[in-house]
Write a protein that binds this ligand. Structure first.
Ligand code: XIL
Length: 358
C-alpha cells in the first residue's frame, strides 16, 4: 500500500510534471491489484461496444478501477425497448467483466427523467405509473441482488432553473405520481433488496455560479423531506459533472457534505468529469485547470466526510458523453477524463489518485 508520503510525492509529481507514466504508477503499487484496504475505491462508467472490441479499453479499467458502472445498460431506453421486454445483455456484460477482474458494479439508474423509451409517454394515471415503476424496480433490483450493492435509485430529481428554490424536474413519474414518486422508488428498491445501499444522485451542486447554489438548496430540502418521511435513503451521490468555467464553491460543498454526513448519509462521487468546452485550448493549460477544478471539488468533500467512492463518467477522453452536449467551438476534442484518448494518465488522474489515498 502507498504510504501517505508516497502518495503526496506521486501526486505532486503528476501535477507538476504532467501525466504520470504507467511505470511510475506500477512502481508506486497503485496499478494491477495495487488497491488495498484503506484506499478509497475508484470507479468509472463503461461502454459495452469498446469493452467487447478494444483490448486497451479493457486494460484501462483493469489497471485503474475497483468498481464499474454500465454507462447506459440500465437506462430504460436500453433495458426496456417494449413494455414487456427486459434486455440485460449490456449490464450483464459489464458485470461479467467486473467480476472476472475483481471489481464490483454499481447500478445506474432505476428512475430518471432521461433516456426513456417512447412507449413510456403513454403511461397515464397514477395506478399505471405505480405499476410500471414498481414492476421495473422489482425485475431489475431482484436480478442483481447480491451483485449490485449500491443503486442510484433516483437520478437528477431537481429541476434546473425554475424559481428561487427549484422544484422537482418534470418526468412521466412526477406527472403521474407527484412528489411521492421518489418515496415509491426508494421504498420499492428497499423492499426488493433490503441490504442494498440506496442513493439519490444529482449534478450541479458544486459551482459558485450558475444554477448550482439553487440546486444545492433544493437538494438539501428534498433530502430532509425524504428522511422526515422515513424514506429508506442511505446516501447522496454527487455526480460532479463540473462546469470548468466556474469556480468551485468550496464552502458550499463543505457545508453540504458535512450536513449530509450529520444526517447519517453516505457520500459518493459518482460521475466526475470536467466539462471543458469553455476552457482555453492549449492542452497543458486545459489539463491543469481540469485537474485544479477536480481538486477544489474533492478537497472540501474530503474535509467534511470520507466518500465511499470516487467514480468518473468514463475513463478515457476517447469515449465521453461531454461532446454530445458541450462541443468546443474551436473544434478541439474535449478532455474531461482522467486518461487521454491514448490512455495516458493526465493530471486529473493524479488528483483522483491523491484523494483515493487519503
Ligand atoms: C449520459 C450517457 O453518458 C450518454 O451516453 C447518454 O446518451 C445520455 O446519458 N448524468 C447522468 C448520466 O446521470 O446518466 C448521463 O449519461 C450523463 C449525465
Amino acid at each position: 500500500m502507498l504510504s501517505r508520503r508516497q502518495a503526496l510525492t506521486v501526486s505532486a509529481a503528476g501535477l507538476v510534471g504532467g501525466a504520470l507514466g504507467r511505470d511510475s504508477l506500477a512502481a508506486a503499487g497503485i496499478m494491477d491489484g495495487g488497491w488495498s484496504p484503506g484506499r478509497i475505491p475508484f470507479g468509472a462508467c463503461v461502454r459495452i461496444d469498446p469493452l467487447q472490441k478494444e483490448p486497451d479499453y479493457r486494460t484501462a479499467f483493469k489497471t485503474y478501477c475497483q468498481q464499474l458502472t454500465p454507462e447506459g445498460g440500465l437506462f430504460w431506453i436500453y433495458l426496456r425497448p417494449t413494455p414487456a421486454a427486459f434486455r440485460f445483455d449490456f449490464a450483464d456484460g459489464v458485470l461479467a467483466f467486473a467480476a472476472a477482474n475483481g471489481m464490483t458494479m454499481r447500478g445506474h439508474t432505476l428512475v430518471w427523467y432521461g433516456a426513456m423509451p417512447e412507449w413510456t409517454k403513454g403511461i397515464e394515471g397514477a395506478a399505471n405509473a405505480e405499476r410500471e415503476m414498481t414492476a421495473h424496480i422489482e425485475q431489475v433490483v431482484s436480478r442483481y441482488r447480491d451483485k449490485i450493492k449500491t443503486w442510484h435509485v433516483v437520478n437528477e430529481p431537481i429541476d434546473d432553473s425554475k424559481g428561487n428554490v427549484p422544484g422537482l424536474r418534470p418526468s412521466v413519474w412526477l406527472h403521474s405520481l407527484g412528489d411521492r414518486y421518489i418515496d415509491l422508488a426508494f421504498r420499492t428498491a428497499h423492499r426488493v433488496d433490503p441490504a442494498a445501499e440506496l442513493i439519490l444522485n444529482e449534478y450541479d451542486i458544486e459551482c459558485a455560479d450558475g444554477t448550482s447554489p439553487k440546486k444545492r438548496e433544493a437538494l438539501r430540502q428534498l433530502i430532509h423531506n425524504l428522511l422526515d418521511r422515513g424514506v429508506p435513503l442511505h446516501g447522496v451521490g454527487l455526480q460532479g459533472h463540473i462546469r470548468g468555467k466556474y469556480q468551485i464553491d468550496r464552502d458550499g460543498v463543505f457545508d453540504f457534505v458535512a450536513e449530509m454526513r450529520s444526517l447519517g448519509l453516505s457520500v459518493h462521487v459518482t460521475e466526475l468529469d470536467v466539462v471543458d468546452n469553455d476552457l482555453p485550448g492549449p492542452i497543458a493549460v486545459r489539463d491543469a485547470i481540469v485537474a485544479a477544478r477536480a481538486h477544489d471539488f474533492l478537497e472540501p468533500i474530503f474535509a467534511a466526510a470520507r466518500p465511499e467512492i470516487i467514480a468518473t463518467w468514463g475513463i478515457t477522453d476517447r469515449y465521453t458523453w461531454v461532446p454530445m452536449w458541450y462541443k468546443r467551438r474551436d473544434g478541439l476534442p474535449n478532455r474531461p477524463l482522467p486518461l487521454d484518448a491514448d490512455y495516458r494518465p493526465k493530471p486529473l488522474w493524479s488528483v483522483i489518485d491523491y484523494f483515493c489515498n487519503k
